[in-house]
Design a protein around this ligand. Structure first.
Ligand SMILES: NC(=O)c1ccc[n+]([C@@H]2O[C@H](COP(=O)([O-])OP(=O)(O)OC[C@H]3O[C@@H](n4cnc5c(N)ncnc54)[C@H](O)[C@@H]3O)[C@@H](O)[C@H]2O)c1
Length: 331
């Protein structure tokens, strides 16, 4: 399916990945963003305000009637709205309602209104920790957290809607994504901006666990490129695909790369108790994405960290102020 002159709904479109996806899709399409701004930011989409091809709707994925209304005349749905992993540890019910039931609500409305394509943006957290690497799409699915389980429920509903009702759906599984607009603070704060912020304040990065856990960190432009390429590939209907860089890096090495980039290699990390349910190893197999639609990531980790830090510094943040209310929580 080509992505031109389509009406596209992006749920979670004011969030980190969603707003980058909107930036790409907005060039040639009419975009409707649905977001309740619980973790999304107005500033992520403010550069689109007033454009005739962008509509921003403040609303909730749990509101079935609203979903029925806004999926009318929609060609394509990209579903990214989510409550995050760290929220799931203390508030599993909310995470279930938004991530699992919210996905079912949106599938129901999409079928009712004959949406042509539904892309579910899932997560590598559905795998749990690696049992074999690289982790291809047929790797066992053993999520450790309620977040991972809720994302898996969303995947299974998405594929069931294809198998039972013929709604053209597909599942994209990104691995850890980083880059501009990533969350800095509170429960939503991600590891890279947290390390950057602490180092800029001459404080050691705080690592939960021993730092040997690995992730397949992927720069946001590569993640968005993969989501779009998967959705353009007609033979992906009813299928699932990983999107990642296809390399693993330990959190210890990540901290070193960031410190080196900031010229603060003399500041060594400190260690705190491991996060409950933390995955020990993630290393994606990306050969299916390559075979199906020629996907290959462009940005290596050193370059991506460099871009991210340049963006961070360009934001004119008050680094001391940002760190003032920091709480060190392993969830
Ligand atoms: N960031 C990553 O490293 C990563 C990795 C793999 C997969 N993903 C997936 O990518 C998608 C986007 O993640 P992100 O990192 O951009 O997260 P994010 O928190 O920045 O974005 C999620 C958006 O959903 C919105 N939202 C939350 N609850 C909502 C509700 N009830 N109704 C409407 N909107 C609601 C939030 O306000 C936010 O704008 C998610 O589906 C996530 O599972 C993210």
């Amino acid at each position: 399916m080509n992505l031109q002159k389509r009406t596209i709904l992006v749920t979670g479109g004011a969030g980190f990945i969603g707003s980058h996806l909107v930036d790409k899709l907005a060039k040639d399409n009419h975009i409707v963003i649905l977001d309740n701004f619980s973790s999304g930011e107005k500033e992520n989409v403010s550069h689109h305000e007033g454009k005739s091809n962008i509509e921003i709707i403040t609303g909730d994925i749990r509101d079935g009637e609203l979903l029925l209304k806004i999926t009318k005349n929609t060609d394509i749905v990209y579903h990214l709205a989510v409550q995050c992993l760290r929220v799931s540890i203390k508030n599993p019910d909310l995470v279930h309602e938004v991530n699992a039931t919210g996905t079912l609500n949106l599938l129901r409305a999409s079928l009712e209104n004959s949406v042509k394509k539904f892309i579910y943006v899932s997560s590598s957290e559905v795998y749990g920790t690696a049992l074999k690497v690289p982790m291809a799409e047929d790797h066992p699915l053993e999520p450790t957290t309620v977040y991972g389980a809720s994302k898996l429920a969303g995947e299974l509903y998405t594929l069931a809607y294809y198998r039972t009702y013929g709604l053209e759906t597909l599942v994209v599984r990104p691995f850890n994504t980083y880059g501009p607009r990533e969350h800095l603070q509170g429960a939503y704060g991600e590891v890279i901006p947290r390390f950057v912020l602490r180092l800029l304040n001459n404080k050691p990065p705080v690592i939960f666990g021993d730092g040997t856990q690995t992730r397949d960190f992927t720069y946001v432009s590569d993640t968005v490129k993969g989501i779009i390429m998967a959705s353009e590939c007609d033979s992906m209907t009813g299928q699932t695909v990983n999107i990642a860089r296809g390399q693993e890096i330990s959190i210890n090495d990540l901290a070193s790369i960031i410190a080196k980039n900031l010229d603060k290699s003399n500041i060594r990390p400190v260690y705190e108790q491991a996060r409950p349910g933390d995955v020990m190893r993630h290393y994606a197999g990306i050969s299916k994405a390559d075979k199906m639609f020629g996907y290959n990531p462009d940005i290596d980790i050193e370059k991506g960290i460099g871009f991210h830090i340049d963006w961070f510094l360009s934001q004119k943040y008050d680094f001391r102020e940002l760190l003032k209310n920091e709480t060190i929580l392993n969830w």
